[in-house]
Design a protein around this ligand. Sequence first.
Ligand code: G6P
Length: 344
Amino acid sequence: DSAKKGGFEHFMQKEIFEQPDVFYNSFAKKIDEDVISALKKAVLITVVACGTSYHAGIIFRYLMEKYCKIPVRVEIASEFSNFTPCRDSVMIAVTQSGETADTLSALKSSKSENCTTFAITNVLGSSVTRAADHVLYTLAGPEISVAATKSFTAQVAVLLKIVSCLSEYDIEEELSGIHAVLEEALMFDAEPAAELCKNSESMFFVGRGVFYPVSLEGALKMKEITYIHAEGYAAGELKHGPFSLLCENTPVIALCTKDESYPVMMSNIKEIKARGAPVIAIGTGDDIDLMEICDLYIPLPDSSKISEIITASVILQVLAYKTAVLLGRDVDKPRNLAKSVTVI
Ligand code: G6P
């Protein structure tokens, strides 16, 4: 077991550290012309997934709508049977294992409505690959830890590649330095932030725009492996309820990079601080203004806007990992969870 961990203490840690290569390889892989032309024709793309894969799907929605102006609907697979698949449209099932029962059944129901179906999966020959019209493989390699890390990054890489193939915008150029940037992000010392989080009764992860699904995924990682209640929230929605829960024992992780949401995120952080919650902010470079208003500041490495999506996700994984280690949790096998859910 310890040999398989390659010198790391846990599989999750090893898998987190594999991400520079995993992202690079998954994004570099060419997408076949027939796949690109089928996607180009889409007037609506429906993404169906569960758990972490669902969050990768929401990230895709923000990017696809922004750079390609194609509407994207993202649905939780276990709820999909309550909805009507849009006939003759494009459906993408995102599933690391390729075996999640709800995702498979959503794909089959879309097929019966004459949709062109795509599967994004990490497992060669898995059930979803036999059911879908087209298959795109992520190149994450086997993921042992129950909490998904590198498989998520690989999904985001493939989804970004799709956006890149369909858009005029040079996403490849933005991602040209990603390997080095991710290596740098992995050097981050999570201990002070993990110390602040470890005894909390509840936590919130907030962001706007594409950083909203990044915050959902950060909260999911935290709750999966630390057992601390954690919720991801759209930063603008916190005032519609969760404000009543804020106190000195509910740390808020705020994603506040220098994008178009920056000014309004800054005022959201001030509102959170005014209600007594400690704020750990993740921002772009040496952001003095942000440092002044938060309790703990985590700078993202100097990079492009799109790279920040990946680096912020990786930093949140490291934070969850470190917090779980400090709490002595069974990091690779959290209680009550399974790597793959093959029942409806
Ligand atoms: C389980 C795993 C999660 C995963 C989800 C979806 O709940 O514990 O890590 O995100 O299933 O799995 P899939 O294989 O469909 O991506």
